[in-house]
Design a protein around this ligand. Structure first.
Ligand code: UDP
Ligand code: MG
Length: 319
């Protein structure tokens, strides 16, 4: 068993922020979020996870933390990616309620007081749903829409569409989430698998405050793959059906060949059919091997049991 950091619950509200090369936004972020937090409660903390930034993000964070004891810092040893940085932050959250948020202010902090109020009314999870994604490019909306459609078909859990990681999670739900040992951390899926009493707030997603997105289509594709493979087993199972169908056809075809040879004797030409069958079969075999490989690779990572993230430095936590 790997050991993960665990904090004692010691405040009402925790904000968890993964940051990767966000030097331009850090200042604006604190200036915007702190007044909103104070509207909700004065018993809060901000847990910032520096995800191996190579600019001055960490120094900026340290300067802010020095002035404000409510800002707590975690410095990861390298870039682990947003999902894992978020996991590290959630492990360190000490709040009775926790809200993960992006540092670029695309998740509007103005929602925080409302979310907090809903939590006080007894909801365990308060989702924030984008009703208008016009700030995203059309192709991004198209790919994301299709991803949710496919996931909805093949996965047992239901991923809410247009809901990001920005949501409020009660301590009860967060404790369950933090106990998940898996290394494939597709947060949206993990969040969705929790259940609990949910409430959904709607909002319009604004443009990034400054800097540029750290996602590209390759990374998004990897994230989508991660989500699909971690939360479905359909691609693994489908091969037994395909295999059975092909075997049946091959059987019928074999029978027909034997019958034909016995009735009308041997005729040699057969190159085309032979070639076609060989190609289709070897294609299918390679494809199915690839699918098995995808799952196997994940089993391999899980079995190695390496730590999910490595913390280089912590500031503001009592250990
Ligand atoms: N992020 C991170 N590690 C990464 C990439 C991104 O911690 O490897 C953080 C980033 O600093 C931001 C959040 O994840 O706070 C969302 O990133 P971004 O705004 O680039 O993604 P988008 O909003 O385009 O989905
Ligand atoms: Mg963003």
């Amino acid at each position: 068993m790997h050991t993960r950091f665990q904090t004692k619950v010691s405040c009402q509200l925790s904000i968890v922020v993964p940051m990767f090369n966000e030097q331009d936004v850090v200042g604006v972020f604190f200036d915007t979020i702190i007044p909103q937090l104070e509207l909700a409660t004065d018993d809060y903390e901000i847990v910032c996870v520096n995800d191996g930034s190579i600019d001055s993000t960490w120094e900026k964070l340290q300067a802010h933390a020095k002035q404000n004891p409510r800002i707590k810092l975690i410095d990861l040893s390298r870039n682990f990616g947003k999902e894992i940085a978020l996991t590290a932050g959630l492990d360190h959250s000490a709040g009775r309620a926790t809200i993960p948020i992006d540092c670029d202010l695309q998740d509007p902090p103005e929602l925080i007081p409302q979310m907090f109020e809903k939590w006080q009314q007894g909801y365990h999870v308060v989702l924030a749903r984008r009703i208008d994604r016009s700030s995203d490019s059309r192709s991004k909306r198209w790919t994301s829409g299709n991803f949710y459609k496919i996931m909805g078909k093949f996965s047992e859990i239901e991923l809410p569409q247009n809901v990001g990681d920005f949501r409020l999670i009660d301590r009860k739900a967060l404790d369950v989430l933090n106990s998940y040992p898996e290394r494939s951390r597709f947060m949206k899926g993990l969040f969705a698998s929790l259940g609990f009493r949910e409430y959904t707030l709607d909002y319009t997603r604004p443009e990034r405050a400054a800097g540029t997105t750290k996602w590209n289509y390759r990374k998004l594709f990897q994230l989508a793959m991660e989500g699909f493979i971690s939360f479905t087993s359909f691609p693994l199972k489908v091969w037994s059906y395909i295999g059975a169908t092909i075997a049946l056809i091959a059987f019928a075809f074999g029978g027909w060949m034997v019958f034909k040879t016995m009735m009308w004797g041997v005729d040699v030409p057969g190159y085309a059919s032979l070639m076609v069958v060989t190609c289709i079969m070897s294609g299918l075999i390679l494809l199915s091997l690839g699918v098995i490989g995808e799952y196997l690779a994940r089993i391999f990572t899980e079995v190695k049991g390496r730590p999910i993230y490595i913390v280089m430095e912590r500031e503001g936590f009592d250990e």
